[in-house]
Design a protein around this ligand. Structure first.
Ligand code: HEM
Length: 454
């Protein structure tokens, strides 16, 4: 049998000399990636300035790409590594990545997640306690604050207190919110001494200095403070027996904040938005919470016993996924389905567009948690991979799910967040996809036993 030559990879229309597809990518990036799915097949080439990039659209090929361990992480993650001033588990590939992943993995094991739940719940409770009846919240900002607080407390809440804790948390917040803008800009723009750049650089160096001092003090004292920082401090490379350096630990902490905060905050915001627009779904969540948890605070044992809430979160992860363009790069001649790609090809996939494809998810714009009960719906093994797959699968998936279930279970039993009339909430794509602005009004739940501050 003669081998069949695959069709050439089409180039997406609308590319301009020098600019490539920059204009549609700036004007409406989500509409652009959605249009690629409608107009082209499994692979399509787009032009970013100086970088043709093959967008992978077929679920099987996306799986194959993510499971191929010969690939580098590609342009997006390389830029992130440079901006953050050092490689971490998020930006590294190959052997270097495997080593970093091994060192970080114990911090995300079940006994640790179990310990983090109390901290997470305390942070949500403090957040809701501060809300006042009738107050209008910028929910996205509130969820970013909350997600960063939950992460900061679990990572270094045992080791650092008072002003040092607050300073590190605030430096991380500046780095985390600035990194998205920096990735979008050409690298020379980061060197211009603008206030934004100076603030970002100061905060990044602040994180490194604070973590460096904490590592020295903790090593000298020999204390186990029970947080993630202490765990990383005691982690050694299973091959060399070497401990992590202070620089490596601060690189990991910075990227955990970057990878774990905006993502969790966006999904939490969308869940609260969808509950407000869908009273029957909200009633279902409350009903399940009352039956399983009752009036007491949520505990680790409850997290796996709330299947309806879990489906609501899965549906938010589908319809409002935070992934815009996740990248990879071939390092050698690579087979992808029927295509053979040479070394040096930039690859990307858009999870947001994938999850709204009507051929894969019928009536895709409808928020329907019960679609996950249907046998025809893609499952994690056949297509739906909100946390990725392969060697770079999200290390924080259980952390994120536990944090989100703990947060929603605590918030919705205390308050109802109402959308302001006539508000249309649009997703916007930055480094991640997130709601543009989400303003909601705080109303106490009638049945609550713990009234809000009036
Ligand atoms: C709803 C929340 C989250 C979503 C949707 C999400 C999604 C993802 C996805 C899709 C990847 C794979 C990227 C790739 O293929 O290159 C990933 C990687 C990663 N995530 Fe998450 N994530 C979330 C929360 C978190 C949290 C809370 C943390 C940490 C506390 C975290 C830490 C990481 C790290 C370190 C990686 C890189 C793993 C590696 O390359 O080995 N994520 N995440």
């Amino acid at each position: 049998m003669t081998p069949v030559t695959p069709p050439p990879i089409p180039k997406a229309k609308g590319s301009l000399p020098l600019l490539g597809h920059v204009i549609p990518l700036i004007r409406d990036p989500l509409a652009f990636t959605a249009s690629l799915r409608t107009a082209y097949g499994p692979l399509v080439e787009i032009a970013l300035p100086g970088t043709p990039t093959v967008v992978v659209q077929d679920p099987e090929l996306i799986h194959a790409m993510l499971k191929n361990n010969t690939l580098d992480k590609g342009k997006f993650f390389e830029a992130m590594g440079e901006i953050l001033g050092g490689d971490s588990v998020v930006t590294a590939a190959g052997q270097g990545h495997r080593r970093k992943r091994r060192q970080l993995q114990p911090a995300f094991a079940t006994p640790e997640i179990k310990r983090y739940v109390d901290t997470m719940r305390d942070e949500v409770t403090t957040t809701v306690d501060a809300w006042q009846s009738g107050q209008t919240l910028d929910v996205r900002e509130a969820m970013v604050e909350l997600s960063l607080n939950m992460l900061a407390k679990t990572v270094f809440g045992g080791s650092l207190q008072g002003e040092t804790f607050r300073q590190l948390r605030s430096d991380l917040s500046i780095v985390m919110t600035g990194v998205g803008a920096r990735i979008m800009l050409p690298s020379w723009a980061a060197k211009v001494p603008l206030p934004f750049n100076r603030r970002f650089d100061r905060a990044r160096e602040g994180v490194r200095a604070t973590v460096g001092r904490a590592v020295d003090e903790l090593r000298a004292s020999g204390h186990d403070t029970g947080d993630m920082l202490s765990l990383l401090l005691h982690a050694t490379d299973s091959e060399t027996g070497e401990p992590l350096t202070a620089h490596e630990i601060s690189s990991e902490i910075i990227t955990l904040a970057v990878a774990g905060t905006e993502t969790t905050a966006s999904v939490l915001s969308w869940v609260l938005y969808e509950l407000s627009r869908n009273p029957a779904i909200e009633a279902g969540v409350l009903d399940e919470l009352h039956q399983v948890v009752g009036e007491r605070p949520i505990a680790f044992g409850d997290v796996m016993r709330l299947p309806y809430l879990r489906r609501v979160i899965d549906e938010a992860l589908r319809l409002h996924h935070t992934g815009f363009l996740v990248t990879r790069r071939t390092t050698t001649e690579t087979r992808l389905g029927e295509w053979i790609l040479p070394a040096g090809v930039e690859l990307a996939y858009c999870q947001h567009a994938w999850h709204r494809d009507p051929e894969l998810f019928p009536d895709p714009l409808r928020f329907d948690p019960d679609r996950w009960l249907m046998a025809t719906q893609p499952s994690p093994s056949s297509g739906y991979i909100p946390f990725g797959t392969g060697a770079h699968k999200c290390i924080g998936d259980r952390f994120a799910l536990t944090a989100m279930i703990t947060a929603i279970a605590t918030i919705v039993r205390r308050v109802r967040l109402e959308l302001r009339d006539g508000q249309t909430v649009r997703p916007v794509a930055r480094a991640t996809v997130r709601p543009q602005t989400l303003r909601m009004t705080v109303q106490p739940r009638q049945a609550t036993t713990a009234p809000l501050v009036a």
